[in-house]
Design a protein around this ligand. Structure first.
Ligand code: MN
Length: 516
């Protein structure tokens, strides 16, 4: 039998120790434990094992007292018949709104893979109100995934596992919460694909010793090299690839594990980005880098905000090893993503957008491409807010002047403007600038779709092609090949991507039918 997580554990890890915050969490803990006292989990454990664990995860991830309290209370409305009004009276309107948000998301059910896009869409729409709702839901799911073996119905178990892999883990990834993403995946993997899980684990076991030996030797040599260059202020840690992520990579590499170099990676955390670049030089002078494997996510962060320098080097024993270099703050953000911002009180102050709102979240994470990455080809490559001025200088110095200018233009035109999210009929999310039109939408999905477009329906209604799309619109593009991109379309379009494709289509047509 699992014991209920004691209140003191939660208070110990929560970031704020202010009396009012501790009091709120204590009250929520006691209220929720009382409300669920007659309920049990499938495991036979008291129900509060679940709710207190969710509260603990949230505290550990650095969330505020309101979110921790809402996490403790998250099942009281749905499962214990507590009235939202009572929650508001005891814990305030903020906690009530968070609990209600989670309860609403709970009504969604995964009905096989073909339904997942719709669930994703609903999740996304709910997020726009408060990112914290989604984080509570992710932690709720993490505990449920970790206790899946107790769910008696095998179909239900599989459904929850698949849903975790297809919906929840990708959302954690979009929020930059990589630790959570890996935990969700590895908890769900054995229940979603039991045979692949066994096979992956077996393969990993065979390679483990060799990998660990290589890591140990490289770590020792690198420490010496860095010390010789007078770099002494750093710490090293080992990053194990998650089993599910290893499985996905094995599938792409025909199950040849010798082709995977990042099963174990060596991570070095320095005080400054400048140290990281110096260290990169030292590493490449000592070990030959694997061509094409050097990735400077520091100058060009990933869409979810991830920043680090990655390189893979031949270690001289016939193998190779990935080394990751990053600063302490980049490390925090890479591990906990958006949650690392939610723990800072100062974010609340000033005229900034309401904390937790999507607009607020976008300060840190562009949150683009919630559907498939490849469907928004004109989306920017990185997020400017997190790129310090000196790194931009560095990237200007390190890249061709033309490329650098283009990079800065992309930043200016796309990043500092606000974005909207529209949906394809299948539920894929298309990220567009405000005032984008169906023409922009079509070209964002695919240039062929834009070039063969004849009309568009928004939320089921036929609209003019210059209609401004709004957040949450579902857009259906009607095509009639060969299609007619025109000058007028070019004037209507708001995105550079659409304009570029229209110009190309017009030029191609001019060549095909020269004017007389
Ligand atoms: Mn729950």
């Amino acid at each position: 039998m699992t014991k209920i997580r004691p209140l003191k554990d939660i208070i110990e890890v929560m970031p704020s120790k202010e009396a009012a915050d501790v009091e709120l969490v204590t009250k929520a803990y006691e209220f929720a434990t009382e409300a669920h006292k007659d309920q049990k989990r499938y495991s036979g454990d008291p129900y509060s094992v679940h709710t207190t664990e969710v509260g603990y995860y949230l505290a550990e991830a650095g969330l505020d007292a309101q979110t921790i309290s809402a996490g403790l209370l998250h099942d009281t409305v749905e499962d214990a018949g507590v009235k939202p009004m009572d929650i508001e009276e005891k814990f305030g309107p903020e906690v009530r709104a968070l609990v209600e948000g989670v309860t609403k998301l709970g009504a969604l059910r995964y009905r096989g893979l073909e339904r997942h896009t719709e669930s994703l869409r609903n999740l996304f729409a709910a997020t726009a109100k408060d990112i914290r709702v989604l984080i509570i839901k992710l932690m709720d799911r993490l505990h449920n995934a970790r206790t899946l073996e107790h769910v008696p119905n095998p179909e239900k178990r599989e459904r929850i596992a698949l849903e975790t892999l297809e919906i929840y883990a990708p959302i954690a990834d979009r929020l930059g919460m990589s630790v959570l993403k890996q935990e969700l995946e590895d908890a769900a993997f054995p229940h979603a694909y039991p045979d692949d899980y066994d096979k992956t684990r077996e393969l990993l076991k065979e390679r483990r010793h060799e990998n660990e030996k290589r890591l140990e030797k490289t770590e020792k040599d690198l420490k010496r090299e860095l010390a010789e260059a007078n770099l002494r202020d750093f710490r090293m840690e080992t990053r194990m690839k998650g089993l599910y992520s290893l499985f996905r990579k094995l599938e792409r590499k025909d199950w040849d594990i010798t082709k995977i170099y990042d099963i174990i990676a060596l991570r070095v955390v320095f005080p400054s980005a400048a140290d990281c670049y110096v260290a990169l030089g030292i590493i490449h002078a000592q070990w030959r880098p694997v061509p094409g494997k050097i990735k400077d996510y520091m100058a060009f962060p990933k869409p979810n905000g991830y920043q680090s320098i990655h390189t893979t080097v031949y270690t001289g024993d016939g193998g190779a090893l990935e080394i990751q270099l990053r600063t302490e703050s980049q490390h925090q953000e890479a591990q906990f993503g958006i949650a690392s911002h939610l723990s800072y009180k100062e974010v609340q102050e000033g005229a900034a957008p309401r904390r937790g709102s999507l607009e607020w979240a976008r300060q840190f994470f562009p949150l683009r491409g919630w559907g498939k990455e490849e469907i928004s080809p004109d989306a920017p490559e990185s997020k400017p807010e997190s790129v310090p001025e000196w790194v931009k200088e560095l990237s200007r110095a390190h890249h061709a002047p033309g490329a650098s200018e283009e990079y800065m233009d992309t930043l200016k035109s796309d990043f500092f403007s606000r974005r909207i999210f529209a949906f394809t009929p299948k539920g894929d999310v298309i990220d567009l600038p405000v005032a984008a039109t169906p023409i922009d939408f079509a070209y964002a999905v695919h240039s062929d779709l834009g070039n063969t477009m004849s009309s568009a329906r928004v939320n089921g209604k036929m609209v003019a092609l210059d209609t401004e799309l709004r957040n949450g619109d579902m857009v259906e593009i009607v095509t009639r090949p060969p299609g007619k991109p025109s000058r007028k379309w070019h004037d209507i379009a708001k995105t550079n991507m659409a304009k570029k494709h229209i110009r190309a289509a017009l030029a191609a047509r001019d060549r095909a039918e020269p004017k007389r």
